[in-house]
Design a protein around this ligand. Structure first.
Ligand SMILES: C[S@@+](CC[C@H](N)C(=O)[O-])C[C@H]1O[C@@H](n2cnc3c(N)ncnc32)[C@H](O)[C@@H]1O
Length: 393
């Protein structure tokens, strides 16, 4: 019998069953997590007003349970991320706000991370970013009552999660505070999982995770808004944690690691510089590699303090913008049908030269995917390496 069917003696709603059937063969929902998937539904943790991302239209939509309960339930069970708070609670009303600040992650991402975390019954688990409380309840289902501590920085979000966890009957300790510090009063943990993206792994997570324990987190250099999942193991002596990157993922960031929005006008008052024509090779590979490609991940490592954004196509040209975060240098590349590149760069940093050198480095290393990169975190800081810790990037 199909393992999914076995776990579901009680029939699941159609959407949730379909999602489950798709996640099992994709290798995302493993046998260890089937019962939790079947018995801990995401909808038990969602508020009445939700903003799911509609995959068909590429839009974030507002759905009210009171107005359209059936649609609410379909989204709740679907494999889509659902925003549950905008602008740190400062935004009211049905329209999406400026910045999504709390959400229930999409089930395929949740179970991919849980699988990487390798949780057993009795594991002591720390979660950073309680959000709705769904992931904490899944963890509690697997690790057992009173074994999960979840830290949430937003008081209102933490309060709602506590209520949902209580109603569901999951015994999770929700701590209101800054998860970057771990949960000092509750350490040590066997597993630490962050459900918000970080620019660097706080050493407190290493210090509060037992030797040989595991840390899973979305990590990104800030070149784009996307992150890569990293799975670290704490060394025997507990002084460092080290491990490999797994693949791309997108998460809202730990509050203190949010990037300030780029004010384009402040960087580029007027585009009145002469342009330089050059080969389109690097620019077209960056444009076609997409936001989730390994090239932008590698560029983030090789071109620090730089943010990249691909603007809308205009007059048959794709503009690629690069903004320095360490000063007001910028570069712009207009890529015409992938054949020619017209380049402007301004400021003390020659940003396009840096990006082109980063692209050449990535090509020379054999165009590595995430799995060839790894991260070492110690009390003095962290560094990314290629293939082995002795080869820092
Ligand atoms: C993607 S949501 C978490 C999803 C959640 N695990 C769930 O199952 O619904 C990210 C959460 O991280 C929280 N967060 C951001 N910075 C934080 C910090 N410094 N400490 C703790 N939580 C933080 C946000 O408030 C938000 O609720």
């Amino acid at each position: 019998m199909n393992p999914m069917k076995e776990a579901e003696q009680k029939a699941l709603p159609a959407t949730r069953q379909q999602v489950g059937f798709a996640l099992v063969p994709a290798g995302v929902l493993t046998s260890e997590w089937l019962n939790a998937y079947a018995l801990v539904p995401r909808r038990a943790f969602l508020p009445d007003d939700i903003w799911p991302f509609d995959m068909r239209t590429g839009q974030t939509v507002h759905v009210s349970r009171a107005v359209d309960g059936r649609r609410w339930q379909e989204y709740a069970d679907a494999d889509v991320p659902i925003v549950t708070q905008w602008d740190d609670g400062g935004h009211q009303g049905p329209q999406p706000g400026r910045l999504p600040t709390s959400s229930a992650s999409m089930p395929s991402v949740v179970f991919r991370m849980l699988d990487l975390l390798t949780v057993d019954e009795g594991s002591r688990v720390l979660e950073i970013g309680t959000g709705t409380g769904w992931n904490a309840a899944l963890l509690a289902h697997r690790a057992g009552d009173d074994n999960v501590v979840s830290v949430e920085v937003d008081a209102a979000v933490a309060g709602r999660a506590r209520g949902a966890l209580d109603r569901f009957g999951a015994l999770v300790e929700v701590v209101h505070g800054d998860g970057a510090r771990g949960a000092p009063g509750h350490a040590p943990f066997d597993r630490t999982v962050a459900t918000c993206g970080v620019r660097e792994i706080p050493f407190a997570w290493v210090a509060r995770t037992r030797p040989l324990g595991v840390i899973v987190a979305p990590w990104g250099a800030g070149f784009t808004g996307e992150d890569a999942l990293v799975r670290l193991q704490v060394h025997k002596g507990g002084e460092i944690a080290q491990g490999g990157f797994v693949g791309p993922v997108e998460f809202m960031k730990l509050r203190a690691h949010r990037a300030a929005p780029i004010d384009h006008e402040a960087y580029v008052p007027l585009l009145d510089l002469p342009a330089v024509e050059e080969s389109a090779e690097a620019a077209s590979e960056i444009a076609s590699g997409g936001r989730f490609g390994p090239l932008v991940f590698a560029l983030g490592l090789r071109v620090p303090d730089c943010t990249f954004s691909a603007a809308e196509e205009r007059d048959g040209a794709q503009p690629l913008w690069f903004y320095s975060r360490s000063d007001r240098s910028w570069a712009c590349v207009f890529l015409r049908e992938g054949r020619s590149a017209r380049v402007w760069q301004h400021g003390p940093r020659r940003l396009w030269d840096e990006v082109r050198a980063g692209h050449a480095w990535w090509c020379a290393q054999g165009r590595p995917e995430w799995s060839r990169f790894g991260l070492t975190v110690g009390a003095a800081g962290e560094y990314v390496w290629l293939d082995e810790p002795g080869r820092p990037v």
